[in-house]
Structure formats: structure tokens, C-alpha cells
Write a protein that binds this ligand. Structure first.
Ligand code: ADE
Length: 239
């Protein structure tokens, strides 16, 4: 997969050389290019923003540099991701969809956002997804771009050594992941649940599923109703 990220703070994206995306780059699964938006300015001050039409606080990113940047780095057929707090929610399902694309271009806005005509213009030739990583406001799209790229890249075929760990983690099946434990079996007076030491794989699987359902009901009642996944006997105390 090729990923191009455009930002006025390209150094933010240095983190993608570390850890999992770094591994994917070295393995040849990810061809990542980070660009400075100011490359596509033509004035002495390399201006990327201006005051908003209609008034109001803050500055808006000018369409000119963005138009030229996307002409240069986003060929027809690429998918354009624009992180914005006013976007559609970025979920595991969206990450899985993006992981099937050959070429993602991420446009990181700053200030009050990018002139809307940039997205309108790009929509004529690219699929454009305006995505929010959560219901809070960051200073710009760079941290959201890190979130999107990391969540997508770890789903690329051949990326994770162990496909089971993808299947079992939170959100893979609409449920949060069950609690996990490692050695020692007793620590500061807290014991690992007995079932996990039993060697009985069916019982362990049933316990983990039950824990996932309980966690999801308690912490994320907004997710698909976990009672659907429960046997009637499990429902006591949850509903
Ligand atoms: N830019 C600023 N806040 C954001 C958010 N919550 N999601 C995506 N992009 C953003």
C-alpha cells in the first residue's frame, strides 16, 4: 500500500518510522511519503492560511496550496482521507475498508480547517472520506492521521505475525476484548481467574466471550447490543 501524508508539520509523522508502521515499511508492505504543504506555496512567506469569509474566529487553510498538493500526490483512483472533527466516525470497519485500498492520501488540516472547495474539487476525481477519530478537538489532523495510518497498516495482509490476534482483539467482532493475564498466577494477592489455568479450551473460550459481553455492556452500551451474543442464562444482572 502507498500512503502519502501532506501536512505543514511533517515531523509529526516521524513516529511512523517507529514500531509497527516502521516494521511494515521495512518489510515493503507500506510505501509511505510525507510532504510539506508549503512546497506548494509561491509567496515569500509561504502562506497557507487566511481569514474566513463570513467572519469568525481563527484562520482557514487556503485552497491554492492544497489544490496543487493533491494534483501532485493524489492520482485518479487514490482515496483521499481528510481528518476533521466534523467527519464521519473512524471505526475498525472503516480501517478494514481502507486497508483494501492501494493508495491513501491523507490531508492534514490545521486552524479552523481547509477551505471546503478543496474537498469538493477533489471529490470530482477521488473518493474522499472526511473522518473524525473521536468526539474531541485536536490542534490539527496530524495526530488523527497517525491514528488512521496505524490502525490501517496493522490490518495489511502479511503485517501481523499472528492472524488470530487480529480476530480476537477489541472491535473485531463488535465486542470489547476480554481481560488478559500472564505469569505469575498470583500477584500482590490477586489471582488469575481459575478457568484460565484449567487447560479446558472450551470453558476458557466461553469465559472470555462472557467477559467480552459484560465489558461491552458496561463500558460501551452504544455498540451493537451485546445481549444478542448472550445465552439466556447469561443475561442475569446485565439488562
Ligand atoms: N482534527 C482535529 N480534531 C480531530 C478529530 N477529532 N478527528 C480527526 N481530525 C481532527
Amino acid at each position: 500500500m502507498r500512503v502519502d501524508v501532506v501536512s505543514i508539520f511533517p515531523a509529526y509523522l516521524d513516529a511512523l518510522d517507529l514500531s509497527l508502521p516502521g516494521r511494515a515499511r521495512r518489510a515493503g508492505l507500506l510505501d509511505l511519503h510525507v510532504h510539506d504543504l508549503r512546497t506548494w506555496t509561491h509567496d515569500r512567506h509561504r502562506t497557507v492560511d487566511d481569514t474566513p469569509y463570513g467572519g469568525g474566529a481563527g484562520m482557514v487553510m487556503k485552497p491554492g496550496p492544497w489544490g496543487e498538493a493533491l494534483d501532485a500526490v493524489a492520482p485518479d483512483g487514490a482515496t483521499l482521507v481528510v481528518p476533521t472533527p466534523s467527519g464521519r466516525p473512524f471505526t475498525q470497519a472503516v480501517a478494514a475498508d481502507l486497508a483494501t485500498r492501494e493508495h491513501l492520501v491523507v490531508a492534514c488540516g490545521r486552524y479552523e480547517g481547509i477551505d471546503q472547495r478543496v474537498v469538493d474539487d477533489a471529490s470530482g476525481r477521488l473518493e474522499v472520506l472526511e473522518l473524525s477519530v473521536g468526539d474531541y478537538v485536536l490542534n490539527g489532523g496530524e495526530v488523527a492521521a497517525l491514528v488512521v495510518v496505524e490502525a490501517v497498516v496493522r490490518l495489511l495482509p502479511g503485517f501481523m505475525g499472528n492472524a488470530d490476534s487480529l480476530a480476537e482483539e477489541s472491535h473485531a467482532d463488535g465486542l470489547l476484548e476480554y481481560p488478559v493475564y500472564t505469569k505469575p498466577a498470583s500477584w500482590r494477592g490477586h489471582d488469575v481467574p481459575e478457568v484460565l489455568l484449567s487447560g479446558d479450551h472450551a470453558r476458557i473460550a466461553a469465559w472470555r466471550h462472557d467477559q467480552s459481553v459484560r465489558r461491552t455492556a458496561e463500558r460501551r452500551p452504544d455498540l451493537a447490543h451485546p445481549a444478542q451474543a448472550l445465552g439466556a442464562a447469561d443475561l442475569d444482572g446485565l439488562l
